[in-house]
Design a protein. Structure first.
Length: 330
């Protein structure tokens, strides 16, 4: 597949037994079903004008992008989970489920998925932000007075908790397969950016690690947090925790901008090392995929490119249907 002179920076995420890719006009998920068939969820993008404006503002655009991707990604993850569960049902049970729940996405379902995605994101970030503070204060509060060293230890504890969590969940068969699809997603993007024809053999030659990955973003938040927190002083644990919560949006915004910078500098011999900590974390969050998994990733990417090209010729994206949903419930 020939590369464009100025290609779009595509991204995606792994889902259960599949991969989602986001284009300029549409998000597409491809899922491998139990019978070997690949099915798709295709959702045209319909960003509000005010959201698009916020995406152009440095620092703020990172927070908007994170929340937006969490909301949209949860819908695709939910689709893959429904497909997986549907494949495990007996024909009689599947018919009952179809009668009970129908096949479409109701407004209440969409609102529910959106709310859960935002709350899950906020809960995870708050826990990972505050728990290391409490642990560090408990262990080292009276050991020394240097607040910068306390911040460094806080960052180390946060990193240890993160690595332990990722390692623990990677031991489960389902998460291991999810991480394999994560690796397949990265390989497809890298192969496309290199101008390769997207075949399993060509794609498998590329690394499962990629500079723009969200795993790199997580690592950057830990590093940025250490230095940003050191600009401010605190008198007690509660003040320290309050500062962390207030500065969380700033940490996320700066980390997003730095991720964009490190990606743009990855071809410069010396500066490319700025992105290495994030790549090291991806050694945990990605696994080497099988050819069958790469095929699903390629199918998702090619379908996204196909629909993107069609929607680019539509005067307004709102003229297309809100979603084309594979009938998972039968």
């Amino acid at each position: 597949m020939p590369q464009q002179s100025k290609p779009v920076s595509y991204g995606g995420q792994a889902v259960i037994e599949g991969v989602m890719f986001g284009g300029k006009h549409v998000n597409v998920t491809a899922v491998r079903r139990k019978d070997g068939e690949i099915t798709y969820l295709e959702v045209p993008k319909q960003d509000k004008t005010w959201v698009m404006k916020l995406r152009r503002i440095p620092l703020l655009r990172g927070i908007v992008s994170i929340i937006d991707s969490s909301v949209k990604g949860s819908k695709h993850l939910n689709y893959s989970a429904d497909a997986y569960a549907d494949d495990e049902l007996e024909p009689e049970e599947k018919a009952k489920q179809q009668e009970k729940q129908g096949t479409g996405w109701s407004l209440s379902m969409i609102i529910g998925v959106t709310a859960v995605a935002i709350l899950s994101f906020l809960f995870g970030k708050i826990v990972l932000t505050l728990l290391p503070v409490v642990i560090e204060d408990f262990l080292f509060k009276n050991v020394f007075d240097n607040q910068f060293l306390h911040n460094v230890l806080e960052g180390v504890i946060k990193l240890i908790l993160l690595l332990a969590y990722l390692w623990l969940i990677s031991q489960t068969p389902m998460i291991k397969r999810l991480f394999q699809y994560h690796g397949a997603e990265h390989k497809v993007i890298s192969a496309y950016e290199a101008g390769e024809e997207l075949t399993p053999e060509n794609v498998q030659k590329y690394s499962r690690l990629h500079y723009r990955c969200g795993s790199s973003f997580i690592m950057l938040t830990v590093i940025i947090g250490i230095f940003l927190y050191s600009v401010f002083t605190y008198d007690n644990l509660w003040e320290r925790m309050g500062q962390r919560l207030l500065l969380l949006p700033v940490v996320l915004g700066i980390s997003f901008e730095l991720l964009k910078i490190t990606n743009s500098l990855r071809d410069i011999p010396v500066l490319r090392y700025l992105g290495y900590p994030g790549l090291w974390l991806q050694l945990l969050t990605t696994k080497e995929p099988t050819n069958a998994q790469v095929e699903v990733s390629i199918a998702s990417f090619n379908r996204m490119l196909e629909l993107d090209a069609k929607l680019a010729n539509v005067s307004t994206v709102t003229e297309v249907p809100v979603a084309t949903l594979d009938p998972v419930k039968g």
